[in-house]
Every structure is written in structure tokens, then in C-alpha cells.
Design a protein around this ligand. Structure first.
Ligand SMILES: *Cc1c(COP(=O)(O)O)cnc(C)c1O
Length: 364
């Protein structure tokens, strides 16, 4: 083969998916492993979503509703916005991809924090645009430095609130200041994948800023608090004009029919959502306490995951934790070579995690 691949595609660092849990268990001869590496919901999927999906499987021979009519209507009603302010995606990643395809071209610049969610970089490069990485400050999005990097080529700015992998929030006050004098042709995208977990009252509230005439977008997902990561459904909340362009580059059947009914049911499953949020907060308390008692350094969070400084090569700790049946995320590829990221699991899982980590860190 003599493939001709554009330079900007060659510049993409492939996202490494990691092996499936079953495969890891087989390789390491472990059972019953605890996966706290991907910020998933340890309670499983919303039971109401499961029921709705089960009831809908008989219609799989039909194409999905390409407009996602009922789900869009439900989301619009929930937030008191127009149906034209909602764009559905196969995960919020898909909505991110629509925004980059519709609004970025070769040579355009998109500003993002580093380290942050890896997909921004990949999707920006995919369309030949240039990612501009701005280091975090005290683990948080450095809005002042991000604003300083605006040039005549800047077309988009990504803000992750709370940030992944650090769990930090952007305050409403800082965001307000940031928005002042931002050129009107720049789209500001706030990725709110973990917003349901936030208790911090200073946290930026998107709806205080949302305006159908301003280029400000929020992304939300059913993958985390609603427990539907495998279903692939998320959405953008955006001005109608931006939504129109996003829809031009959207695959017509991007959200499958089970995802549509599952998400629709999950929105109403407040009992499950509340139970999830309560579990996350009480277990964070447990984990922080247990780590402090053992002298292990952890970092506060406003999300369902947090960072731990293990004080040695995180890849080695990852590997040793695996032998104890615990799957965590090494932060080496996020430029934190001695940090791991873990999310909250069920209480028994968190207990097992703490015990295993203590053992692993005591091995020389
Ligand atoms: C998990 C996550 C998402 C959600 O992605 P989906 O495609 O909706 O599953 C988006 N942004 C961040 C920062 C995340 O961590």
C-alpha cells in the first residue's frame, strides 16, 4: 500500500482503549475485578432505562428517529430551552465532533487546558485545526492564560467543568470575567460531563450565561451519573444557529433507538440519580479518610473521581494493582507520572481498593 495520509492525521496520537475486563482477568488469573478507571457509575445503569430498553428491543428492525424527537423535547422541557437548542450525540464525544467538523478547518486554532480530556485534541487535529494547550494552574483551567492565547486564528475554546482528570471546577465569577471581551466569532464549549456531581456552590452555572444569541455551548452526557456509558448518548445545549450547523454534519441516525428510549427514561429516574450522587459523596469521604490515615496524598474533587499521588511510577502501580484485581488509571500519559486516577466504586470495592493500594505501596 502507498497510503497518502495528511500530516494532521499523522499528528494524532491514537487513543489507547485498554483491554476488556474479561481479557485482563484471564491474563492475570483474577476474578471479580474492581474497575474504577473510567469514571463509570458503580451502581450500574438506571433501572428505568433498563426497563425502557428491554421494552423497545422488538423494534430494532426500524431505523431510529433521526431527529430524536421525544428525547430532544424532554431535554428542552427539563431546562426550559427551545428544542432547537438541543443536539443529540452518540455520547457527548459525538457532539464535540460535530462542532469541530462544522466550525474548524485547517489552520484554525482551538484552545484547551492541559491535561484535560484527550478527545478535544484528537477531534481538533482530525479536521486539520491546531490544538493550543494551556497548562492547568493548581490543577484548574487557567482561564486567564487561556484568554491570553487567543489569536486571530482562534475559533473555539474548550473548558472542562469539572475538569478530567483533576476534578476541579471553574467558578461562575471567573467565567464571567473570562467571557468579557472574547471575540464574538469564537465558540466557547463547556464540557459538563460530571456536572451532576458538583456540590460546590461557586461552580459556574451554564444556564446563567446561556443566550440563544451568543456562541456558548454546554455538553452533557448520560455516560456518567446516569450509568449509561455503554449506550452512547449525550447532547449539546447550544444556540439555534450553532445547532443548525452541527446538524448539517451530524450523521442522521447517530443516536440509536435503544439509546433514545434509555436516555428518555433515565432523565425521569431521579431516585437513581440521587442515589448515585449520594453514594459518590459518602464514598469520597470514606476514601479520602482512609487514604489520609495511611499517609497517601490525594487531591480534592468536585466529580466522581480524583487523583492520588502514589509517589512512584504510576504505570508500575497500575500493573501491581491489576494483580490484586483492581483496575485504576495511570496518569503517565497525562503528564502526571506518579499519579493515578480512580473513580468512586461501591463501598466494598473502595475497601478492596484501599487495602490493595496500601499493600502495593508498601512493596518496595
Ligand atoms: C466521560 C467524559 C465525557 C463523556 O463522553 P461520552 O462520549 O458522553 O461518553 C465527556 N467529557 C469528559 C471530560 C469526560 O470525562
Amino acid at each position: 500500500m502507498n497510503l497518502s495520509v495528511p500530516d494532521y492525521i499523522l499528528s494524532i496520537k491514537p487513543y489507547s482503549p485498554g483491554k476488556p475486563m474479561e481479557e485482563l482477568e484471564r491474563e492475570y488469573g483474577i476474578e471479580d475485578s474492581v474497575k474504577i478507571a473510567s469514571n463509570e457509575n458503580p451502581l450500574g445503569p438506571s433501572p428505568m432505562a433498563v426497563k425502557a430498553i428491554t421494552d423497545a428491543v422488538g423494534n430494532l428492525h426500524r431505523y431510529p428517529d433521526g431527529g430524536g424527537y421525544y428525547l430532544v423535547k424532554k431535554i428542552a422541557e427539563k431546562f426550559g430551552i427551545l428544542q432547537g437548542n438541543v443536539v443529540l450525540g452518540s455520547g457527548s464525544d459525538d457532539v464535540l465532533g460535530m462542532l469541530t467538523r462544522a466550525f474548524l478547518g485547517p489552520g484554525d486554532e482551538a484552545i484547551m487546558a492541559y491535561p484535560s480530556f484527550l478527545m478535544y485534541d484528537i477531534l481538533v487535529r482530525t479536521v486539520g485545526a491546531i490544538p493550543i494547550h494551556v497548562p492547568l494552574k493548581s490543577f484548574s483551567n487557567n482561564l486567564i492564560a487561556m484568554k491570553d492565547r487567543i489569536s486571530s486564528k482562534t475559533r473555539m475554546i474548550f473548558i472542562t467543568n469539572p475538569n478530567n482528570p483533576t476534578g476541579t471546577i471553574v467558578s461562575g465569577a471567573d467565567f464571567k470575567e473570562f467571557l468579557e471581551n472574547i471575540p464574538a466569532d469564537i465558540i466557547v464549549v463547556i464540557d459538563e460531563a460530571y456536572v451532576e456531581f458538583v456540590k460546590n456552590e461557586e461552580c459556574l452555572n451554564f444556564f446563567e450565561f446561556f443566550d440563544n444569541r451568543k456562541p456558548l455551548v454546554a455538553l452533557r452526557t448520560f455516560s456518567k451519573a446516569y450509568g449509561l456509558a455503554g449506550l452512547r448518548v449525550g447532547y449539546g445545549i447550544l444556540p439555534e444557529k450553532i445547532a443548525e450547523f452541527a446538524n448539517r454534519v451530524r450523521q442522521p441516525f447517530n443516536v440509536n433507538s435503544l439509546a433514545q428510549v434509555g436516555a428518555l427514561a433515565a432523565i425521569d429516574d431521579l431516585e437513581f440519580l440521587n442515589k448515585t450522587v449520594e453514594l459518590v459523596h459518602s464514598e469520597l469521604d470514606y476514601m479520602f479518610n482512609a487514604l489520609s490515615k495511611r499517609g497517601i496524598r490525594w487531591f480534592p474533587t468536585d466529580a466522581n473521581f480524583f487523583l492520588i499521588d502514589v509517589g512512584k511510577d504510576a504505570n508500575i502501580v497500575f500493573e501491581r494493582m491489576l494483580r490484586h484485581g483492581i483496575i485504576v488509571r495511570s496518569m503517565t500519559s497525562y503528564s502526571y507520572p506518579t499519579y493515578i486516577r480512580v473513580n468512586v466504586g461501591l463501598h466494598e470495592e473502595n475497601v478492596r481498593f484501599i487495602q490493595a493500594l496500601e499493600k502495593v505501596l508498601n512493596e518496595s
